[in-house]
Design a protein around this ligand. Structure first.
Ligand code: FES
Length: 72
C-alpha cells in the first residue's frame, strides 16, 4: 500500500493548461507532487490537469477514491 504522507490534504493553487503529477506512492518529499521517489515501487504518479485556475485540496493519505483530490 502507499505510504501515508499526511492525514490532511494539501491546499495547492493549480493553473489551467498545466500538467501536474500527483504522488500516488506517498514517498515524495515534494508532497502532494511526485519527485521520482516511487522508483522501484509498484506505484506511478497520476498525471492530471485542472479545468480551471484555482485552489484545490489534493490527497496526501493516498487513500482517496477521487485521486488526486481529497475525498474526505
Ligand atoms: Fe510518489 Fe512519484 S514519488 S508517485
Amino acid at each position: 500500500p502507499p505510504i501515508i504522507a499526511a492525514k490532511t490534504p494539501a491546499k495547492v493553487t493549480l493553473k489551467k493548461g498545466e500538467t501536474y503529477n500527483w504522488c500516488s506512492c506517498g514517498r515524495s518529499s515534494n508532497q502532494p507532487f511526485c519527485d521520482g521517489s516511487h522508483r522501484g515501487t509498484e506505484f506511478t504518479p497520476l498525471q492530471f490537469e485542472t479545468e480551471e485556475d484555482g485552489d484545490a485540496f489534493l490527497c496526501q493519505c493516498k487513500r482517496t477514491a477521487n485521486a488526486p483530490y481529497c475525498d474526505g
